[in-house]
Design a protein around this ligand. Structure first.
Ligand code: COA
Length: 321
């Protein structure tokens, strides 16, 4: 028994924030942002939008693409690190908005690896027969936790959502998933403003992203290289067997470094970071949907999805499309 991706969808808010506009907000240049990150623009949620509303729109499109109705979905999981509320979880809010009935619904917080973590969990529920049709989402409203006065981080992030429908199938689909985490790196990339952090902590107050970018960069390149090798080895595959790399869209230079380790030409890498910046858990399903709807992916293609994020968490998924 496999789980197979049978539909994808994405949602990006209407408002676009360009690099030129950021020049008027912090001391930066469009050229600096583009050359260091590859990012040209990012989307910012409107006041009336939230992680669950964007996730719902992406899910609607994935359901439509899969031809799946609300009654068929029996498992809902959302990777997010910017939930609307502490609870109910975003999965419950999405399920209610879509009229999904009483299927189990949850969210998983693994920062930028949230979608890969969610996909891995949903795949296992389907493989063991507990679920037949899962809605798996990555969605974030990072603009609400960005410090808009910190030029080192505010140029990087954006909002959005991506979704997939996973169905039980005899045909090969998700072949393997690989997850890792190491909390020893917790101080390199984190958010302040915790709900239960100690009352005498200097992390109290509003939630704001804090990052030591240069150090994050180095660990990300190393760990992503390792997980790609781990994924190939676990499946007795050669680098050349992979048809498409669908990476977390954080930084063009990190993506290029991973592609190089795989020996993959950049025209086999799905690159969307220029259009929406780092959308954390939303970035892999956003890129996947772009790849699907552009007609690039062919039935039977072998896809390698990977992500790296705060925690640190990192992971990969090998998928027969
Ligand atoms: N505009 C202009 N200059 C900036 C800037 C900005 N937006 N942000 C930082 N700088 C400056 C720094 O202050 C520093 O100046 P200094 O040399 O006078 O001290 C200089 O640019 C170089 O900073 P550094 O942090 O070494 O740059 P970098 O090449 O590492 O690029 C990042 C910075 C953040 C783009 C890069 O480290 C990165 O992408 N890291 C990974 C971040 C990430 O992906 N996080 C999420 C993981 S899921």
């Amino acid at each position: 028994m496999y789980s197979r991706i049978v539909g994808t969808g994405r949602y990006l808010p209407e408002k676009i924030l360009t690099n030129a506009e950021l020049e008027t907000m912090v001391e930066t240049t469009s050229e600096w942002i583009l050359s260091r990150t590859g990012i040209e623009r990012r989307h910012i949620a409107a006041d009336h939008e939230s992680t669950s509303t964007m996730a719902t729109e992406a899910a609607r499109k994935a359901m439509e693409a899969a031809g799946v109705g609300p009654d068929e979905i029996d498992f809902v999981i959302v990777g997010t690190t910017t939930p609307d509320r502490i609870f109910p979880n975003v999965g419950c809010l999405v399920a209610n908005a879509l009229g999904l009935g009483e299927a189990p619904a949850m969210s998983v917080e693994a920062a930028c690896s949230g979608f890969i973590y969610a996909l891995s969990i949903a795949d296992k529920y389907i493989r063991c027969g507990e679920a037949k049709c899962a809605l798996v989402i990555g969605a974030e409203t990072l603009s609400r936790i960005v410090d808009w006065e910190d030029r080192q981080t505010c140029v990087l992030f954006g909002d959005g959502a991506g979704a997939v429908i996973l169905k039980a199938s005899d045909e090969e689909g998700v072949i393997s998933t690989h997850l890792n985490a190491n909390g020893a790196y917790k101080d390199l990339l984190y958010s302040t403003g915790g709900v239960s952090c100690p009352r005498d902590s200097d992390e109290l107050g509003e939630a704001r992203i804090k990052m030591r970018g240069n150090e994050v960069f180095k660990v990300a390149v190393t760990k992503l290289g390792e997980i790609v090798q781990q994924t190939l080895a676990a499946n007795n595959l050669e680098k050349s067997d992979i048809d498409w790399l669908i990476p977390h869209q954080a930084n063009n230079r990190i993506i290029t470094a991973t592609a190089k380790k795989l020996g993959m030409p950049m025209d086999r890498v799905i690159l969307t970071v220029q259009d929406h910046g780092n959308t954390s858990a939303a970035s892999v399903p956003l890129a996947l949907d772009v790849a699907v709807r552009s007609g690039k992916l062919k039935h039977g293609d072998l896809l390698l999805l990977e992500a790296f994020g705060g925690g640190f968490t990192w992971g990969s998924a090998l998928i027969r499309y």
